[in-house]
Design a protein around this ligand. Sequence first.
Ligand SMILES: *Cc1c(COP(=O)(O)O)cnc(C)c1O
Length: 401
Amino acid sequence: MSIDFSNKKRSTRLAHLGMAVCDEQTILAPVSMPVVRTSTVVFNTVEALHEAEAQKARGERATVYGRYGLCTRNALEDVFCELEGGERCFLAPSGLSAITTAILSLVKHGDHLICSDGVYGPVRIFAQRILHKMGVEVDFVDLTKPEVLLQHIKPNTVGLYLEAPSSLFLRMLDLPALSKLAHEHNLWVMADNCWGSGVAYRPLDLGADISVLAGTKYVNGHSDLLIGAIVLKDETHVQAMNTGHYALGVSVSADDAWLTTRGARTIELRMKQQAQNALEVIAALEQMPEVLTIYHPAYEKDPDHALWKRDATGSNGLMTIELALTPEQMCVFTNSLELFSIGFSWGGYECLIQWVETEAAKNHAFWQDRGQQVARLHIGLESPQDVIADLKQALQKALSV
Ligand SMILES: *Cc1c(COP(=O)(O)O)cnc(C)c1O
């Protein structure tokens, strides 16, 4: 019996995506789809192979070789389309590779891009060391005021790349206004949606043409793999992405795709809980005089809270705080935390801390160096009471040096 999922809610669809198809001979199926690993795909007949090649050449979703995978990877593409509200998805082996593949597929020598200044750090390296060499120039701009975009559009500007909320300070952008202005000037709009992961924020609903994200973060949610996705709103850029994705040799393992589909079944629950835990931790941080600023758009005192309320559909466990500590105290604070591991990334089930170098903070035009320490905290699924107690004891130790 096949169920019509078109009239069902997202939670229902996420629970059922990637279920196994019934074997017609045994009339049985496992609940969850098996992992289908393969290096190549074999065809029954020459005609079948030619038909698949013709479909692929037209930009349709067809498998002619192992790099595209079979049902296991198709299931994950469906998951990303479901989360982001997109038509087509191309998988990549990491979030960063999704970003670079998507941009490389759309630019040519002589093009110019505009990029919001708060984007994920490695995007700057990609622009400065790779795109620059190819003759593609990128301007990093504070787009807090959408109309600023117009001052930076040149005759050769082809696209707008942005991230909201931004990496590090989680600043919101007026994506609907920016998309409108960009489209009036024939630019494509691409958004990094790692923060929202389709649950807390949906760039395609807000005007973007392409959403790129790391399944590494909340979609997989278990800190045990890297994966990325390029999700397209409609057919407009499908051919370009199909060609770029093919020619760059981008591929993901079936095992990682399967694990990510499994993780996605609980993404709504995890993000909701982690968002709630984060607000509980913020309520405690607010009471600590050494905590100067808390950046978290769902926090009502965040400068971008109104924009978050208007555009976001949820939140998560990520926050950045500024502390009135000396570098020595900050080091003791970080080392003394028991529940927070020191490391990059986020979106898993566990607490993480990253002491941020001020050089990275300076990429954000609004940020001012007043000698404060900056830390990014990711609040996991641990009990908020335990997390708060941990932060308090580490701060005590830091203040005693
Ligand atoms: C982590 C992250 C990425 C890159 O994802 P990887 O899978 O680690 O390559 C891109 N953008 C943002 C905002 C991220 O936080």
